[in-house]
Design a protein around this ligand. Structure first.
Ligand code: PDD
Length: 286
């Protein structure tokens, strides 16, 4: 079956889908994106992803080129045309096409919008979570507004590639004070010896993950206490458990950090319980 992409008002074969060479996303990474899980053909936490999209766009002063209702229809249509039951839908909005010049283009320039959808195998993701993942730590070298979900992800790409080359799956950024901010494409969590969940407070130094927000509700349902604060690498190494969250990972246990086992070196009970309960709490749209 051939894949279909939505590009600026048209559904086109994925293999031929393209944007102009002077799209500002291509020239300057001048755009934002969202990744939303698709489960059983339905969008997961669409409302929160759209709210974050609107916020990201507002922070960099790009207007959404269509209504949220219309966008919801495009997301669903892209999922449907690609026959995705389980997987993800990707959405990107850039400042549009204009002669290369750092200043914003003329206000009449239309923002560009691309939507793609891709299937993934839930059994594979569950198998990975059953094994747990390794992470490495890397110095934080991103800009100070990573709360905006921009497509400018070069430090994340380099950090994740370094993780891969070290036999790990994720890289955790560590700020100058030795505190973990977040992963290259996930939020970072630990579970203390007393069973408390710790994840960094959502300031400008992390992306406020939708999964992170929903996981707070999951924790409440499971009567687990959450502390939103920075934690150090030393605390993470001494933790009972660690895990990461994102729209495509839900909660995935971390079993090694920089080669050192966390807890007993196996996926922890808390991370497993959070993962199993996640979709009872997440909003699954019709
Ligand atoms: N990544 N932090 C970063 C830097 C991220 O890129 C992401 C998401 C998250 C988790 O956010 P959420 O729970 O809303 O998915 C945290 C997406 C999945 C990606 O880039 O593919």
């Amino acid at each position: 079956m051939s894949r279909i992409a939505y590009v600026n008002g048209q559904y086109v074969p994925h293999a031929q889908a393209g944007v102009h060479i002077e799209d500002r996303g291509y020239q300057f990474a001048d755009g934002v994106y969202e990744v939303c899980e698709v489960r059983g053909g339905h969008l997961v936490d669409e409302r929160r992803h759209m709210a974050r999209l609107v916020r990201s766009l507002g922070e960099i002063r790009i207007r959404l080129p269509m209504s949220l209702t219309a966008l919801g229809i495009v997301l669903r249509e892209t999922v449907r045309r690609n026959r995705v039951r389980d997987g993800l839908v990707y959405l990107q909005v850039t400042r549009g096409v204009a002669r290369r010049d750092h200043y914003f283009p003329d206000p009449s320039t239309s923002p560009a919008i691309v939507v793609t959808a891709r299937a993934s195998d839930p059994a594979k993701a569950d198998a990975l979570a059953g094994q747990g993942i390794a992470v490495i730590t890397v110095p934080e070298n991103r800009w100070e507004r990573v709360d905006i979900k921009t497509v400018g992800l070069l430090p994340n790409v380099l950090a994740k590639q370094a993780a891969k080359e070290a036999g790990a799956r994720e890289a955790w950024f560590v700020d100058r004070d030795g505190r973990i901010t977040e992963g290259g494409s996930t939020n970072a969590w630990i579970v203390t010896g007393e069973g408390r969940l710790i994840t960094r407070h959502a300031d400008n130094a992390i992306l406020r993950g939708v999964t992170r927000t929903v996981m707070m509700e999951v924790a409440e349902k499971l009567q687990l206490r959450v502390e939103e604060r920075a934690f150090t690498v030393a605390e993470a190494l001494a933790a009972k458990e660690a895990f990461v969250t994102s729209a495509t990972n839900f909660a995935t246990p971390v079993v090694r950090i920089d080669g050192q086992p966390i807890g007993d070196g196996k996926p922890g009970r808390v991370a497993r319980a959070l993962r199993e309960t996640f979709h009872q709490v997440a909003e699954i749209a019709p």
